[in-house]
Design a protein around this ligand. Structure first.
Ligand SMILES: [Fe+2]
Ligand SMILES: [Fe+2]
Length: 321
């Protein structure tokens, strides 16, 4: 059986989650995280509910998180089939420190900084309770004590400055129980190699297996043999989409799935891209999406909300009171 070639999958395309409220979700992802609302659509598979898209100012593939608004659903929890968290890249540790201060100023509880392999990260939760990470690559290593010292004092930040701007996602972290099975599956179906293996500083029973291309491990599976099934609900990831550059590459993935008997959705035209869905052996829903034609096919790129004004925060405080 022919496997999909190495390098066919180029990184993350988008990640789709579930939210209870469009209004709360939009305010958080645009005003607190500074992403642009790329689209407001309806869920093509459930046309009575909305589908929200946020990303950078061009809606670049790899920058976009989308949400199904399903207010009636119960809260999800991570486990097999329900990924653990996602991370956006931050330019450097200085910008990460600004983010930490900005998020705290917006009333969020922030955990970190934590060093995980070659990244420094902070963690926090969105209004639906979903765990988000901001991660900065460390160039040439960093001393743990010096890093903690740096984050003791908060910096004065009253908006999202250009250097803090979020664009590409760093990784998504689904859960799995069997390393060999996972490695075989991702290699065969997506041509992804294991490029990193790390201890999990947050859980001694788990390790983090990074799959991707070259040095970017954009799928960082958390391997924990004892993990049970999760549940996809409000505040969880519904599916993770990786990108291919052409319809032909997407067909190659589909033919490989057919040849090994893995059930899939067939190719579905989503207007801004084409989609192919299937599940990994641990129940996580994956999508292979084409980079084209892209979110700018039907409207011009907009301007990301880069400088959140203090009046926004004042308004938020007033509504809270
Ligand atoms: Fe992570
Ligand atoms: Fe999708």
């Amino acid at each position: 059986m022919a496997a999909v070639g190495d390098g066919l999958v180029k990184g993350l395309h988008h990640i789709t989650l579930v939210t209870a409220s469009e209004r709360v979700n939009r305010r958080f992802y645009t005003e607190v995280l500074g992403l642009r609302r790329v689209k407001l659509s309806v869920n093509q598979d459930d046309i009575f509910h909305r589908h929200l898209f946020y990303g950078d100012e061009r809606g670049s593939s790899g920058s976009v998180v989308t949400f199904f608004e399903w207010p009636h659903l119960v809260r999800g929890h991570p486990g097999l089939g329900s990924p653990h968290h996602l991370a956006y890249s931050v330019k450097d540790v200085e910008a990460l420190l600004k983010w930490s201060s900005w998020l705290k100023r917006n009333g969020l509880r922030v955990s970190g900084p934590h060093i995980v392999g070659d990244r420094v990260s902070i963690y926090f939760r969105d209004p639906d309770g979903f765990l988000l990470e901001l991660a900065s690559r460390i160039e040439g290593g960093i001393d743990d004590a010096a890093l903690r010292e740096m984050f003791v004092e908060e910096v004065d930040v009253d908006g999202i400055t250009q250097d803090m701007r979020l664009s590409l996602m760093d990784h998504a972290s689904p859960l799995a129980t069997d390393a060999a099975q996972l490695e075989r599956f991702l290699s065969k179906t997506l041509g992804l190699k294991m490029v990193s293996k790390r201890e999990n500083p947050h859980d001694s029973q788990a390790v983090i297996l990074g799959f991707g291309c070259e040095d970017h491990d954009f799928l960082r599976y958390i391997l924990k043999p004892s993990i049970r099934a999760g549940f996809v609900g409000i505040g969880s990831i519904h599916h993770i989409a990786v990108k291919v550059e052409s319809d032909e590459d997407q067909k190659k993935v589909m033919q490989t799935l057919d040849s090994v008997g893995i059930r899939h959705s067939g190719i579905i035209d989503r207007f801004w891209f084409k989609s192919l869905y299937f599940r990994d052996p641990f129940g996580n829903l994956l999508e292979v999406a084409t980079t084209g034609p892209g979110y700018t096919v039907d409207e011009a790129p907009g301007v990301a909300w880069l400088q959140t004004s203090s009046s926004t925060m004042a308004r938020a405080r007033e509504e809270k009171d």
